[in-house]
Design a protein around this ligand. Structure first.
Ligand code: NAP
Length: 281
């Protein structure tokens, strides 16, 4: 079965739209774009579009390369204090002269809509309730839940150990009682691991890393990778056309995890809005 990320994301967004419509006060999302990267500009535009569509207050701060670390720090302090802003997102990467880690650590963890602040990362790792869970891993968990995919006791293989996907999804799967293996570029004989996996979450950005001969029958495959090919087409880490005949469930690229990431960002903004306005909505 092909996991339809667009459909699940649509239902998350529709539910949010309904809730926001009923609320007099509206959630506010601030996005900071301090780089010249083409993909980042597209991601930020999409975040703005979704915020506006949901009736959120959307504030986009676009900077050229003359922006200083000091100015950015000032802005974070202002946004932390601004009651109309519930979520603060710093689009990664920043210009090379800026220190992204310092900026993230200055965000109030209750406004850290991306779930990247060490407080939220720590809470996730400890199995506690973070104020916000990183959007892509949260989206993956929602997809697995939407399709009633059992996790307890299953062998889950996560490929890729980035802070934004691999490590947090490994924690979330562990918290749901899966037996998790975390593989990366130094892992020896990846096929040995993929062959044993009941669930594979691949987040490497390496096109067609996972081929049909590497997976067992009825495996669940979540492909996080997004790679734009020379002809403009998007592909994932998985050889979708062949692996789909073996897997019980598989996410396509595009239309799988991607739409869930943005839907979860919108959901996180709403949840932080509720948290910051307890009892007043
Ligand atoms: P990243 O920070 O570059 O991390 C890639 C990870 O993959 C690293 O841990 C790396 O290992 C591992 N890796 C690379 N080649 C490998 C190989 N041949 N075998 C095993 N592991 C390998 O990337 P990321 O930010 O996590 O993103 C990964 C992919 O997901 C990208 O294509 C990105 O565009 C996509 N993505 C999609 C969404 C979405 O919403 N769908 C969201 C975020 C990211 P080392 O640690 O050893 O280097």
């Amino acid at each position: 079965m092909i996991i339809d990320g667009k459909k699940v994301a649509f239902s998350v967004l529709e539910e949010l739209k309904d809730k926001v419509k009923k609320s007099v006060k509206k959630p506010g999302l601030a996005v900071i774009l301090a780089n010249d990267d083409y993909s980042s500009k597209i991601y930020v535009a999409s975040k703005e579009k979704h915020s506006v569509a949901l009736g959120y207050k959307s504030c986009i701060y676009r900077f050229d390369s003359s922006i200083t670390q000091g100015k950015l720090i000032e802005l974070i302090h202002e946004l932390n204090e601004n009651p109309d802003i519930n979520g603060i997102l710093v689009q990664s990467p920043l210009y090379p002269h800026l220190d992204e880690n310092e900026i993230i650590e200055l965000i109030n963890p209750k406004k850290d809509v991306d779930g990247f602040h060490p407080v939220n990362v720590g809470k996730l790792f400890a199995g506690l309730n973070p104020y916000a869970i990183c959007c892509t891993p949260k989206g993956i968990m929602k997809l697995l839940k939407a399709y009633d995919i059992e996790l307890e006791g299953k062998n889950a293989l996560v490929i890729g150990r980035s802070n934004i996907v691999g490590k947090p999804i490994a924690s979330l799967l562990t918290n749901e009682n899966a037996t998790v293996t975390l593989a990366h570029s130094k892992t020896k004989n990846l096929k040995e691991h993929t062959k044993k996996a009941d669930i594979i979450v691949s987040a490497t950005g390496h096109p067609r890393l996972i081929t049909a001969d590497m997976v067992k029958k009825d495996v669940v495959v979540v492909d996080v990778g997004i790679i734009r090919q020379f002809d403009g087409r998007l592909v994932g880490d998985v050889d979708f056309e062949k692996v789909k005949n073996i897997a019980s469930y598989i996410t396509p690229v595009p239309g799988g995890v991607g739409p869930m990431t943005i839907a979860c960002l919108m959901e996180n903004t709403y949840e932080l809005f509720l948290l910051q306005n307890k009892g007043q909505i």
